[in-house]
Design a protein around this ligand. Sequence first.
Ligand SMILES: C[S@@+](CC[C@H](N)C(=O)[O-])C[C@H]1O[C@@H](n2cnc3c(N)ncnc32)[C@H](O)[C@@H]1O
Length: 254
Amino acid sequence: MMGKVHFIGAGPGDPELLTIKGKRLLEEADVIIYAGSLVNPQLLEAAKPGCSIYDSAGMTLEQVIETMREAAGGGMSIARLHTGDPSIYGAIREQIDELDRLGIECEVVPGVSSFTASAAALKKEFTLPDISQTVICTRLEGRTPVPESESLESLASHRASMAIFLSVHMIDEVARRLIPHYGESAPVAIVQKASWSDQKIVTGTLSNIAKKAREAGIEKTAQILVGEFLGDEYSRSKLYDPDFSHGYRGGNEK
Ligand SMILES: C[S@@+](CC[C@H](N)C(=O)[O-])C[C@H]1O[C@@H](n2cnc3c(N)ncnc32)[C@H](O)[C@@H]1O
């Protein structure tokens, strides 16, 4: 029988933020292929004796697929570990399509993304009533382009809560392009290595965050969170308002 590939969200770093299902599949895996640049190596301690472990950081898509094909052909269980949640900048689609072509079964186990882990580190909520009800996850174009219709400026025009991945090394440019929309004094937080033991947080405004990030030596593996959800003004939620009735709670509880 053919083996199966399990794409597993490894979470942002803290090994306890791996799902219970992800952990079980890691423990059962005959082969683990992990994204070595960001996945916490402590997660590999769950591997059973004799498990073959590959770091995909130095592999091409073709090599990853070939490793999966051989293992699946031998009836093995394969855990493909991606940082955070695999559906965000995980490059899993091209692997899934290749596995489909080869007739190899796969499933995706979600994980805690670094943008929610960063909000948790700050104890903030992206969707504050009357402030923003939308979260935009994006990145600045670099060696990998971003479609023109999703330029930082056009997304910023909504003034929604924003989580910017893969861009902290360009924080000057991010701030410069956001200021015309959010304003110079808009709050910003940078969270480096959210949930790791050496997590770093820098807060400021769009006008001073680049300098602060530089002073803190933050250059990679960080989220840039922007928006008034980081501020102190908001309305209280209707859901828990005694004057607001809904399916689970009758009206006018005082
Ligand atoms: C290739 S993307 C992968 C994102 C991942 N799939 C997720 O859901 O978090 C890598 C980027 O995610 C962000 N990132 C990953 N882990 C992080 C962490 N622990 N803390 C802050 N940002 C992180 C950084 O912006 C980094 O450049």
